[in-house]
Design a protein around this ligand. Sequence first.
Ligand SMILES: [Zn+2]
Ligand SMILES: [Zn+2]
Length: 269
Amino acid sequence: MMKSVVSKEYQELQKRIVQLQEQWKQSINPETIRPSLDKAAMAAGMPAVSQTAIDFDISLFLQWIAELNQTLIANNPDLEPKLAAVVDVLTEETVIRWIEEAYSFNQIYFEKFADEHGVDQWIPPFLAETALRPYLQLTAEKVQPAITHGVPGAGCPVCGEPVRLAALEEEGKKVVHCPRCLAHWHARRLECSHCGNTDHEKIHFLTIEGDPVSQIQVCEECNGYIKIIDTRQYIEKPSAALMDLNSIHLDFVAQEHGYSSMDEKKQNS
Ligand SMILES: [Zn+2]
Ligand SMILES: [Zn+2]
């Protein structure tokens, strides 16, 4: 069955990391996150995080990276020397840079960093992004009451992550969820979150055999897709991060059919 594309082991590790992030979030002083949202900027699609002052606690950040490394090593002891090599070059200055670059998805910076320090390519952006998320998630909690809708093509109104996941909730309402910061907002059932297209003839749904709760909404206007999970039958609703992870088979199907969850605007810039 399609659902087995991701190994159980990988899923368990990801779940553990989601738990860690939840704990880490509790240790952030909420006063260090000060949103000051501008209506016009929000309407133009500027993410709320860009309008928020955050005092990052660098020692906390380093502690999280150490805990994350322990978790990764417990899962795969071969990683120990590779992770140690990264920790060795992690100065306070570097951490500040990592936070900035992870926030703006700067893959080029991280590739260069890995090359310069002779460390595995995936490690620096993975550590940086994982330790950044509790800050994004706490920001999302603070601003959530002001987040009523998304701007097509702008990604998540809180953190800017491209939209790729929505849930069908009570009364068939479509709620878009961000698996990165966990913000959520309502969207029209027949609207493309990437380009704003509402022409129902150009919006289609792909279904997955053996998976009655999932569908992929695709747009012929921009070739974008989002995954839609019907959570009405769920007794306990999974977090968006886990919902995204558990539905990764849908991303494979969508991408195999030539659709993308990246906004065209972002791809070209
Ligand atoms: Zn987000
Ligand atoms: Zn579209």
